[in-house]
Ligand binder design. Structure first.
Ligand code: SF4
Ligand code: SF4
Ligand code: SF4
Length: 311
């Protein structure tokens, strides 16, 4: 503690920057936080290059480069409590989809072919090297608090930070996104799967009942269900529910296939095959975590094995 204030460091690893924007975008609640917290290091607010001793350390992003690994270890060394903030930090996040490609393919695409970042060369030692895997931070350092979400909703950020400052357990539930969704699951005669952009879904009925894949029932509620309540199926960005994570035989494809085939006339096998074929999308946010990578979903295992086989 510095005076009466809690000292806070934040650091970003391999990420999109969205979690740090969410952190400083607590609206008027940021004032409540600033009353109790002294922000010592934060890439979007301060120019601190080192790692001062701190009470709380917030890490966003996953470990993908040598620099990420170094930064995560320095944060652990200097911060009494570490929060894995955001789905990238907790489960690897969208970068997990990179495991489906070699490092050479990724570098080649980013530096030679991507329309927005294209150059004529691939940098060598001038940038931090890509590691073989995308790694959630608790596989590199010990983590004290997990706050998934892409990014986490301000309600949960404020509750998580308040709980730490007040030295109590966070008041958060373990419900799925369905708990906050206003749609109703009903049995229908729907017999074909629909793509998200196909047709106009009815606003009162569960997407699954209408033939659209929605991951709400397998996703932890850390967002208050904005997508299904505003016309979009949930894509699972907050990461899986505890049931999916902890029960070895349960995973995203079996849970959704069972539920959807009970609600519609679409056969279980049809849904399951569709989910396997689009596994890179369906599992994108949590693919890098061992809890999901070790599920019996052979495509994910294959991608991860290919990543590990690289020199
Ligand atoms: S969790 Fe989402 S918002 Fe946060 S850094 Fe990762 S991709 Fe960006
Ligand atoms: S599966 Fe999706 S649409 Fe259906 S109740 Fe759950 S969140 Fe809502
Ligand atoms: S509803 Fe699903 S996709 Fe939308 S923010 Fe919540 S977890 Fe993410």
């Amino acid at each position: 503690m510095s005076g009466d204030k809690v000292r806070l460091n934040t650091e970003w690893l391999c990420d999109c920057g969205g979690c740090h924007v969410a952190l400083v975008d607590l609206h008027e609640k940021i004032l409540n936080v600033l009353e109790k917290v002294e922000i010592q290091k934060c890439p979007v607010l301060t120019d601190e290059k080192g790692y001062p001793e701190a009470d709380i350390g917030i890490l966003t992003g996953s470990v993908r480069t040598e620099h990420d690994r170094h930064a995560a270890m320095e944060m652990r060394r200097k911060c009494r409590t570490i929060i894995a903030f955001g789905t990238c930090a907790v489960y690897g996040g969208l970068h997990g989809a990179g495991l489906a490609h070699s490092r050479e393919e990724i570098m080649d695409h980013v530096y030679r072919h991507s329309p927005t970042t294209r150059t004529d060369f691939i940098p060598g030692n001038s940038i931090s090297g890509l590691e073989k895997m995308v790694t959630p931070i608790d596989e590199v350092i010990d983590v004290d608090l997990y706050l998934p979400g892409c990014p986490p909703h301000p309600h949960f950020i404020f509750e998580g930070l308040s709980a730490l400052v007040e030295k109590r357990s966070p008041r958060v539930g373990q419900e799925s996104v369905c708990a906050g969704c206003r749609r109703t699951m009903v049995r229908t005669e729907v017999d074909t799967l629909r793509e998200p952009n196909e047709g106009v879904p009815d606003n009162a009925t569960c997407f699954l009942s209408q033939g659209y894949i929605c991951q709400g029932s397998v996703t932890l509620d850390r967002c208050l269900a904005p997508c299904p309540n505003h016309g979009m199926p949930c894509s699972g960005c907050a990461g899986p529910t505890m049931q999916v994570l902890t029960e070895p035989t349960r995973d995203i494809r079996t849970e959704i296939s069972e539920r959807m085939s009970r609600l519609t006339k679409i056969p279980y096998e049809t849904i399951r095959t569709h989910l396997e074929k689009s596994a890179k999308t369906q599992y994108a946010y949590a693919m890098a975590t061992k809890m999901i990578g070790n599920k019996p979903t052979f495509l994910i295992r294959k991608w991860i094995a290919e990543g590990e086989a690289q020199p």
